[in-house]
Structures are given as C-alpha cells and as structure tokens.
Design a protein around this ligand. Structure first.
Ligand code: UDP
Length: 238
C-alpha cells in the first residue's frame, strides 16, 4: 500500500493543471487515476489493478479526503485534494481554449446526450470525437475507434475499477492523449446531478453530502473509507 502513497501527486491542483497543459501541447500521453481509499483497496485485491496503479505511465491524484488524511498520517506532504470532477472541468476548459479533440465514454445515454449539449453550448471550440454511453456491451470497440481519431483527451465515466481497467487495457494503442477515469462526473457536468455546495466542498465533507443524497452509498463508504483510515492509523508501517 505504501507504494501507492509514494506515487501520489503532492503539489497543488493549479500546478498539476499546468503540467497537463504542457503535456497536451507536447503531445505526451498520460493516464490519470483520481484516487480514493477504494482505489488503493482495489489495488491490494486485484493483481491487474495493482499493476496499473504502479505503472510508471500512471499518475495518482489525491481525490478523496480519506486519501489525503491517510497520506498525511504516513508522513507524505499532500497539499490538497484534486478531484475527478474539478480535473474534468479543467480539461473541458483547456480543450475549449485550444480546440482539442475530446472523446467521452460512460454514463447513461440521456446523461451523455445532456453533457454533449452542455459542451456544445458552453465549450463550443471543443472538437468532439466519438462519444458512447457506458451501458454498451462492446466498450473495446470505442477505444479501437478513437485510436484512429488523433484524440487529445478521453474521459471515461464507468466507475471504479471498470474505467481504469479499460483505459489501461487499451493505453498502448495510443501515442498521445490524456486519459482519465472520472467516476460520476458526467452526471454532474451534464446537470443531471448537483454537486455539493462550495462550502461543503471546502469543508471536505462532500462524502457526507453524497451519502445524504444517495443513502445506499453508506455501506460502500464504510467498507472503503472508515475501515481504510483505521487500517492506516493502526499500521503506520504499511
Ligand atoms: N456507469 C456506466 N456503466 C456501468 C456502470 C456505471 O456508465 O455499467 C456510470 C454511471 O452511470 C455513473 C458512473 O458510471 O455515471 C459511476 O458513478 P459513481 O457515482 O458510482 O462513481 P464515483 O464517482 O462514486 O466513482
């Protein structure tokens, strides 16, 4: 587990966004995993997930407050959370400013269509490539198709671990491009679901807001976050 923490990005979000912009300009490839305690737990359980987290091509961002707190307990100087939704929003802005090509995979068809409308309206300079909802059987075909589209950014919103596993499976087909698993971000960006108010985000209790909105998340939260923090607390030599 410590290996994952060692790889965590520790600087500020603004620094990371600058790095992404530079990599886009230089046509570098990036695979970004926005990490929550669940992410690291999957890494410990699944060999393939462990491999993708530790791959040198993979960047691990501290998305959840659970990861930030645990990292600090272990002595890593993580400055702040960098969430999937904030990164996705930033990438839309960067794509709009530079007329980059963006592809989308994930979420329900109606959510995806709403997001496409939002993009066309709010980010009109984005060059939108192939977009596919997340409930189609042949998701591999999506990657085979976009590998011929000279894409700049690919956002995949299927939830963990499917989104990361799928990106990793196809990563070698691409010479450039920023690939990110963004969880439930399409639901928020499309306007289908509301993100927690700013004050809730600032207080780092967005997880509580999501549980109140969707009580079925509580079991997932307990299993991944509460147990995780206790594990780190008990065993600082992880
Ligand atoms: N999803 C999908 N296909 C599936 C299962 C899930 O496209 O087979 C989408 C789902 O519609 C949602 C996202 O994946 O938009 C996962 O959202 P969730 O809030 O669970 O992710 P989190 O942000 O908690 O990781």
């Amino acid at each position: 587990m410590r290996e994952y923490f060692k790889k965590l990005y520790t600087s500020k979000a603004t620094d990371f966004y600058k790095e992404v912009e530079v990599n886009l300009k230089n046509k570098q490839k990036m695979f970004i995993v926005t990490s929550n305690p669940e992410t690291f737990t999957y890494g410990e359980k699944l060999a393939n997930f462990n491999q993708l987290l530790l791959d040198e091509k993979t960047t691990l961002l501290p998305d959840g407050i659970g990861i930030v707190k645990a990292a600090r307990m272990l002595g890593f100087d993580v400055k702040e959370r960098i969430t999937g939704i904030d990164l996705a929003t930033k990438l839309l802005e960067i794509c709009n400013e530079n007329k980059y090509k963006l592809c989308l995979l994930g979420a329900k068809e109606e959510v995806l269509q709403s997001l496409i409308k939002v993009i066309n309206c709010k980010y009109p300079n984005i060059n939108l490539g192939t977009c596919l909802n997340g409930y189609t059987d042949n998701k591999d075909a999506f990657f085979n198709k976009i590998s011929k589209e000279d894409i700049d950014v690919c956002l995949v919103a299927l939830g963990i671990p499917a989104q990361e596993e799928l990106i990793y499976k196809h990563l070698d087909q691409f010479k450039k491009g920023i690939f990110v698993g963004v969880g439930g971000s399409f639901d928020v960006l499309s306007g289908t679901k509301k993100r927690a108010p700013k004050i809730v985000q600032k207080l780092n209790i967005e997880w509580l807001y999501r549980i109140i909105k969707e009580p079925k998340r509580i079991k997932r939260f307990y299993n991944n976050n509460v147990k995780f923090i206790f594990k780190v607390k008990k065993n600082k030599n992880l």
